[in-house]
Each structure stands twice: as C-alpha cells, then as structure tokens.
Design a protein around this ligand. Structure first.
Ligand SMILES: Nc1ncnc2c1ncn2[C@@H]1O[C@H](COP(=O)(O)OP(=O)(O)OP(=O)(O)O)[C@@H](O)[C@H]1O
Ligand SMILES: [Mg+2]
Length: 328
C-alpha cells in the first residue's frame, strides 16, 4: 500500500472513531471534566503514536536508499538497496537501481573505449620509438663503429664513450617500447609476459618472485591485457611507494566451485596502503577490471604489505572450468 493511503486511512479511521464517539456516548463539557480530558488526551496520543509508526515504517526504505546513494561507487559492482516498503519508496528504489545499472554499463563502455584508444596510442608510440628512433640510433651506432676504426688514438676514447651512450639510449628506447606495448604478451602469451615482468621489476633492492603455472585456462585477449596491465601497475606501485624488498606475483586458475577463471595476486611486504587516496593508477585498474567483469580488491597483506587481487571470470560458455575439474 502506498504511504499516502497508509497515512490517510490511519488519520481517517482516528477521526471517524472520534466523531462517532462524540455523536454517540461521549460528551465534552465546558469547562472540560477530568475524565473527559483523559479520554481526549488518550485518543490524541494513540493517533500520534499511530502516525509515528506508519511514517517510521514508510520512511525506513528511503533512509536505506539515501545511505546506498551516498556510498554508491560506479567502479565497484556493489550491492543494490533492497526493493521494498510502501509503493512510492519501492518504485523509487527500483528506478534508482535501474539508473545505477545503466550508469555502470555506460561508464564501463566509456572506460572501455578510452582504454582501447589508450592501448592503440601506446602501440603507435611504441612502434614509432622502435622503428624510427630505434633505427636512427642503430644507424648512428654503425657509423660510430666505422669512425672508431679510423680515428686517431687520442679521439678513440671519446668515440667509445659516444658508442656506449648510443647503445644505452637504444636499450632504453627498446625498454620503453616494450613497456608501452607488451609485445611478449602477443608473442609468448600471458604466462611468459608476466614472468618477464617479474624479472624486469627485480632490481635495486626489490626481488619479485613469481608463481605462474604454464597451463592456464583460455582467456579472452582483453582479459589477458587487463591481467598484464594490473600486474604492471601493481608492481610499479610496489617499486614506487611500498619501500618493500620482496614482492610475489601469483596467477592461479580458479577451481569450478570458485567460479572458474583465474586470480592474479600482487603481494608486497612494504608499508601498506594506509589511508592513501586512490590515484589514476588504482582507478585505471578498477576501470580495466570493470571492463571484463572482473573483481578487484586492494587490501592489507598478511604481515602488513599490500595485496592487489584480481579475479577474472571464465569467458561465458567456456568449458575450461570443467577441464580444470577433470585434471588430476
Ligand atoms: N603497494 C603499495 N604500497 C604502499 N602504498 C601504495 C601501494 N600502491 C599504492 N599505494 C598508495 O596509493 C596511492 C595511489 O596509488 P595510484 O597507483 O592510484 O597512484 P600513484 O601511483 O600515486 O600515481 P599513478 O597515477 O602514476 O599510478 C599511492 O600514491 C600510494 O600512496
Ligand atoms: Mg600507481
């Protein structure tokens, strides 16, 4: 029943009963007698209490909706407020839930387009760095080598230094191109790409171990890219913020009871997230996760570091979960 009818009927019933009593057995004298005043006050109190109860019950779903609105997060799958209560409140909650679903879908689609554009742009820059700048530097290196064979002795050291600087520049360009475009992902697959990522981050006092099995369930290329980028951002954050000396990159297939798919875990033994505000890096991870329907959680690791946990569901209609179940 709607809130309008609940309040209206309660008040109407109170007024009808009061009128019927006044027209019938009950009288109110002037000045009012003590017994009559008691009956009147009792009736008034009953009416007020009835109104309070009806309003409280009627408004509770709206309070619930208010709380859900304040904590709504378009980047998290999140829970929806329960549809219930008087008709107006139920309809409002239902409309809100539908609106949230639509906004979330639109946000995911928008983020998807932005991320695809970003990946395409990274590809282009990586290709140009590799093909243009890389080729030019290689040509310079060859020229320097030819010069080095002919220069007089006193200039040889300077030419060698120039050769070394050019070679270092070339390595740097290749490294940047590799980071921009995870070529290993396309060439060798996710497992090798993640292993080489772990090796790449093992430097300057940080050791990154990896536990990545070879036989992973098949994943969509977008899911592999999301797994790779989340691992990359997780390890970048570990190297930049965590002051950790150890990190572990784990990828494990999820058994069918856990929904199939895979779980990526980036764990470090650093300072932990604390109350740090989320920046573009973590927001990017959430947007990528949303894009492929994955769950992402950042939490304190056992022992105080940071855990970044990404659960990627098996592609719809995929039978890998069954295969995992069959395997010994
Ligand atoms: N592994 C970690 N250990 C400790 N603190 C972390 C870790 N990861 C993230 N943080 C904290 O969370 C903050 C937000 O991280 P986020 O990746 O969103 O942004 P950022 O790394 O500062 O910048 P960027 O946009 O370049 O990634 C960081 O500034 C840092 O304080
Ligand atoms: Mg970051």
């Amino acid at each position: 029943m709607s809130l309008f009818w609940r309040i209206f009927l309660l008040n109407a019933a109170g007024l009808v009963v009061a009128t019927a009593l006044l027209l019938g057995p009950v009288t109110v004298s002037t000045p009012v007698l003590a017994g009559e005043a008691l009956v009147l006050l009792g009736g008034l109190a009953a009416l007020l209490a009835g109104n309070a109860v009806v309003l409280r019950i009627g408004l509770t779903p709206l309070h619930r909706l208010g709380r859900a609105m304040t904590t709504a997060d378009l980047l998290g799958p999140g829970t929806r407020p329960e549809v219930g209560g008087p008709a107006e409140a139920a309809q409002l909650i239902e409309t809100y839930n539908t609106m949230l679903d639509r906004l979330q879908a639109e946000r995911a689609a928008g983020a998807g387009r932005a991320l695809q554009a970003q990946e395409r742009e990274r590809h282009r820059i990586a290709r140009e760095l590799h093909d243009e700048v890389g080729q030019t530097l290689t040509a310079v290196l060859l020229q320097l080598k030819r010069v080095a064979d002919r220069v007089p002795g006193e200039l040889r050291e300077e030419v060698t230094l120039a050769q070394e600087a050019t070679r270092a520049g070339l390595d740097e360009i290749r490294r940047i191109a590799r980071r921009l475009r995870p070529g290993v992902l396309e060439e060798l697959g996710l497992a090798s790409a993640l292993r080489s990522l772990a090796t790449e981050f093992t430097h300057h006092g940080l050791t990154v171990q990896h536990h990545i099995p070879g036989d992973l369930p098949p994943l969509a290329p977008e899911a592999e890219l999301v797994l790779y980028r989340v691992a990359q951002e997780g390890l970048t954050n570990t190297a930049r913020h965590a002051a950790a000396d150890r990190a572990v990159l784990t990828l494990r297939p999820l058994p069918p009871p856990e929904g199939g798919g895979v779980e990526l875990l980036v764990r470090d033994n650093g300072t932990g997230l604390g109350r740090a505000a989320e920046g573009a890096g973590i927001r990017g991870m959430r947007e990528r996760a949303l894009l492929i329907g994955a769950d992402i959680h950042l939490e304190t690791a056992p022992g105080g570091g940071t855990d970044v946990r990404l659960r990627v569901p098996a592609p719809p209609g995929d039978r890998s979960a069954d295969r995992t179940g069959d395997s010994p």
